[in-house]
Design a protein around this ligand. Sequence first.
Ligand code: GRG
Length: 297
Amino acid sequence: MSVDLKQYLAQRRQMVDAALEAWLPADESGGVILKAMRYSLFAGGKRLRPILCLAGAEAVGGDPRRAMFCACALEMIHTYSLIHDDLPAMDDDDYRRGVPTNHKVFGQGMAVLAGDGLLTQAMVLLTDAAAVGDLPAERARQAANVVMRAAGHLGMVGGQAADLLAETMEPDLAMVDYIHARKTGALICASLEAGGILAGADRDRLSRLVRYGRRIGLAFQIADDLLDLEGDAETLGKATGADAAKGKMTYPAVLGPAQARQTGQRLVEEAVAIIAELGPPARPLELLAHYIMSRTH
Ligand code: GRG
């Protein structure tokens, strides 16, 4: 199967956006809270997690459209995490996805609620009979469990908590791995696993998706750290970026930028080897793995 990645991503993004629109439509009577939720949801994200969920289903021979409700739930959870992460009590950021952050537009209280609303709407989707359609109930239950577990204190929330607590610590590789496997990696991995579950993957195929997911989750974080570093180095006028990395809980800080990049590339190669066994339907996952390390934003 020949797949043009740019075209594939654009087409999948369009499908996801249309489904998100259907699951959280504009409604004049929805008030400010709905406007705040939609503001961040439609601010122009890459839709990476939903696309991975659909590609995971596809890679094991399933129909990606049957995983769409779960893909949308993943994007809502991801968007909620970004809104909360940007708050003054956390990262205190003014811009996200190229526009002012949610709390800059709607105020802090409303931004907290917009995040809460998106997380709750994700749970509605994962358990809504109309969203789930005629899927075997046990598959839908398992996928919902995997996604919610990954979002919670054993996954993304736990990773964010560890990151907060580690702020004053000297960075080391074990701590960086611990934080990022949970904060970013867990939801990325769950996207693939849930896609596979919904498509009825057997044990071996599911395990391949999970092992692929763990590796690209970490590679994604490394790429994100390196992109941040390039931005910081530009802003601070540092030649290599190595100085800009110092003291932060990031891969470039503990490994140095060059070794961090090598590690990311090794993880991508391992991920690609793991899914090679799934054959041509896994070709999009192969391209997505390479895209993750080579992306520019
Ligand atoms: C507040 C519970 C809670 C969790 C926050 C994910 C997270 C945990 C914080 C985000 C901090 C951050 C920028 C981490 C780096 C990796 C990351 C998640 C980047 C943003 O994801 P993209 O690049 O964003 O997929 P888009 O906007 O394209 O969806």
